[in-house]
Design a protein around this ligand. Structure first.
Ligand code: GRF
Length: 203
């Protein structure tokens, strides 16, 4: 399976994917890694792994739709069959995304539908939740709103603070994301359009 990864930050989830592939646990080709941040750690990790990278600056575009159109033009040209958002901190335009729905997944650090958006660990602690975790879901233009594919959960411990919780959730993410991408690569997961019809998105 040819995959493209979009990331805005440190890129530890990208790194987990790269390592899973190196370990023989992920039958994918990384065709492209893109970012909206020139200094994203993810671009460095990709470069070190010999993966093609690009940076697109949102400031160079009139609006979000124009930016996202340029982004997905690059992705389409790369031949990617699946797009993985790994810490990509932008909402995608619905019209640009539409032909890709079912072929774009995201990892989010909460048990969706709880805590869409930012500061998920802080919010889980403040709510007194007994459990927390991470979700991989299909991307729609609704922030962290698409259908959930898989989750990994953990118990919140009495001494937990935002940092300890974030660290344990991140460790879960590094296992969950490669596992889900592997399922897709092995064609063991059917891509569904929002109307429940199977897509033959990744040929
Ligand atoms: C992860 O917690 C992911 O769930 C969220 O952004 C973070 C990205 O971390 N969407 P990294 O850049 O992969 O280290």
């Amino acid at each position: 399976l040819r995959i493209a990864v979009l990331a805005s930050g440190r890129g530890s989830n990208l790194q987990a994917l790269i390592q899973a592939r190196a370990a023989g646990a992920l039958p994918v080709d990384f065709v492209l890694v893109g970012s909206d941040k020139a200094d994203a750690g993810a671009l460095r990790h990709a470069h070190e792994a010999g993966i093609a990278t690009f940076f697109l600056d949102p400031k160079d575009f009139a609006d979000r739709r124009a930016y996202d159109a340029a982004l997905f033009e690059r992705i389409a040209a790369s031949g990617a069959e699946l797009v993985v958002l790994a810490g990509f901190m932008r909402i995608l335009d619905g019209a640009v995304l539409a032909p890709w729905v079912g072929r774009v997944i995201n990892i989010h650090p909460s048990l969706l539908p709880r805590y869409r958006g930012l500061h998920t660990h802080r919010r889980a602690l403040a709510a007194g939740d007994a459990e927390h975790g991470t979700s991989v879901h299909y991307v729609t233009s609704e922030l962290d709103g698409g259908p959930v594919i898989a989750q990994a959960r953990l118990a919140i411990l009495p001494g937990d603070d935002e940092q300890t919780l974030a660290a344990r959730v991140l460790a879960l993410e590094h296992r969950l994301l490669p596992a889900v991408v592997a399922l897709i690569a092995q064609r063991r997961l059917r891509h569904l359009a929002p109307d429940g019809v199977a897509l033959d998105g990744h040929r």
